[in-house]
Write a protein that binds this ligand. Structure first.
Ligand code: ADP
Length: 506
């Protein structure tokens, strides 16, 4: 018999995606399955998910969820064949664009009801009140699933271990206390040691207080979230649970993000023969309407949500100085987010025709074109739990210039200066949140770019990094085993990791 893990999340590629969480959920579930775990995903039945999942069939009905009846559909994720349970409710069925916000970028009013329904559905599965087998462990991802550990405790479900995984502490799911009856939350969990947070119900705090383990996605972020600068008000609550916090760095899907056989790029290449990157750069310049007259023109890429977290404001403030100083410098921007930042990048493109191209939207294929064709990736962040994007770029020999925060500080090795370069460097890291901090880092990168052997060494180092999912998968298995009832622990394969990448924070 295989051990069973239920991963509950609001996104999973290709069924629904707004950011890195979606990549992580599908890749983790797939990896666990290859490692002997019966991993299954529970997520909302958004229209996009219903369209992309395969072999969908009606499996069960849950009559009493917040917001009414829910139907559990069973299906599989295409290509990777990971089993998925879709929670079909009238509210989720209405989410045609972004899963969390309306067309104007405002949060949907019924978010608390929708995601409370998801948590109750998970609790019913864990209680054995559905056709699906009871998991040994339920992994609740981010605030959307944060109520699950609390509901397990409130319903005295002791035979299922629970993990809360924090992919981004900034999103906490805090809602008015008056909603408690509608969300079917018992008073036993609504106190200051539980889901209550400054008089509100906090879905994330519920998870933090009641989960058996709390995991997060990089070593550095695991430490940062215990500080007032990065804790978003939760630092004391997290410190309280410090001994149960585990850091397991994410991996990336090295099949999808592979310059050697990526079908979405102009020409395949590898770290031993990088010539094809030249054609990828030409394709990027064409797609982003950049001049291709000078092959030496350095192309800086940005591929990101356009938000305050991602320092879109600082990037917009810094770019004119850089573009004016370096007449050959080009900028290709792919992203969407807050309307004022979108407008800012569009204006920049109008001001520097042929040198700045901005595509506002969410385009998977263009993301590959961008990572493959650019010389450098600019990735400012005020905080970054892990940061998949710079790792994708490194795979394609596109050198990241990134903030020294969270996972970025763990995964990018700073090049130092031209005069004393680090031989194993893979990119450029900067401290601070001012335009000049970012400008200084780009200056350093452009100085290296001008020295061909140095740049080629950076590219080779970056492309050789090992960021697959195998090791993180084994680390998750170790964590699951530690919270499984003793009589079922033997079900989890004994995982010996090749590198020690998980750590206990305490
Ligand atoms: P976050 O999860 O904070 O958004 P990550 O860098 O960890 O940041 O993950 C972002 C994911 O979203 C990556 O897979 C990246 O390629 C993708 N992404 C972000 N913006 C876009 C976009 N406009 N078009 C396509 N993919 C995007």
């Amino acid at each position: 018999m295989k051990p069973r893990v239920l991963l509950v999340a609001s996104e999973a590629v290709p069924l629904a995606k707004t950011g890195g969480l979606a990549d992580v959920i599908t890749a983790l579930a797939y990896t666990l399955r290859t490692q002997g775990v019966d991993a299954r995903i529970l997520m909302p039945g958004y229209p996009s998910a219903m369209q992309s999942a395969e072999n969908i069939r009606r499996a069960d009905t849950l009559p009493d969820l917040p917001g009414g009846q829910g139907i559990l559909l069973s299906g599989v994720i295409p290509v990777v064949k990971v089993p998925v349970i879709l929670l079909d409710t009238p509210l989720f069925r209405n989410r045609h664009a972004n899963p969390y916000t309306d067309l104007f970028g405002s949060d949907h009013n019924d978010n608390p009801i929708c995601f409370a329904a998801l948590a109750h559905a998970a609790m019913h599965i864990c209680a054995g009140r559905s056709v699906f087998p009871i998991p040994n462990v339920v992994q609740a991802n981010d605030w959307h699933a944060g109520l699950i550990p609390a509901l397990l405790k409130a319903n005295n479900i002791r035979n299922v271990g629970s993990v809360l995984t924090i992919h981004n502490l900034a999103f906490q799911g805090n809602f008015p206390m008056e909603l408690a009856p509608q969300l079917e939350l018992p008073s036993s969990i609504l106190n200051s040691d539980g889901a209550e947070y400054w008089g509100k119900i906090s879905f994330l705090k519920a998870g933090i207080c009641f989960a058996d383990k709390i995991s997060t996605v990089s070593h550095n972020y695991a430490k940062e979230i215990l500080t007032s600068h990065f804790g978003h008000g939760f630092e004391n609550i997290l410190r309280h649970r410090k001994k149960d916090i585990v850091a397991i760095p994410n991996g990336i899907d090295t099949d999808i993000w592979n310059p050697l056989n990526d079908p979405m790029i102009a020409k395949n290449f590898s770290c031993t023969d990088i010539h094809g990157k030249h054609l990828c750069k030409l394709k990027l310049q064409k797609e982003f309407k950049l001049s291709s007259l000078n092959p030496m023109a350095p192309v800086l890429a940005i591929g990101s949500r356009m938000t305050h977290q991602k320092m879109a404001d600082i990037t917009l403030a810094a770019m004119p100085a850089l573009l004016n100083r370096y007449p050959l410098l080009q900028l290709a921007v792919l992203g969407c987010g807050e309307p004022e930042y979108q407008r800012g990048f569009q204006l920049l493109a109008r001001k520097y025709p042929g040198r700045v191209g901005a595509i506002i939207g969410y385009e998977e294929t263009l993301a590959h074109v961008l990572h493959a064709g650019a010389d450098m990736l600019l990735h400012g962040s005020r905080f970054e739990p892990f940061g998949l994007t710079p790792i994708y770029s490194m795979r394609y020999g596109t050198i990241p210039i990134a903030s020294r925060v969270g996972g970025l500080a763990d995964t990018i090795i700073d090049a130092g200066t031209v005069h004393s370069p680090m031989t194993n460097a893979t990119g450029f890291l900067f401290d601070g949140e001012q335009p000049q901090d970012l400008i200084d880092a780009v200056n350093r990168a452009l100085a290296s770019y001008a020295i061909k052997p140095e740049w080629q060494r950076l590219q080779a180092n970056a492309m050789r990094g090992n960021f697959g999912w195998e090791d993180p998968g084994l680390q998750y298995i170790n964590m699951y085993r530690s919270i499984t009832a003793p009589e079922f622990r033997h079900l989890f394969p004994l995982a010996t990791t090749s590198r020690v990448r998980a750590s206990q924070v305490a």
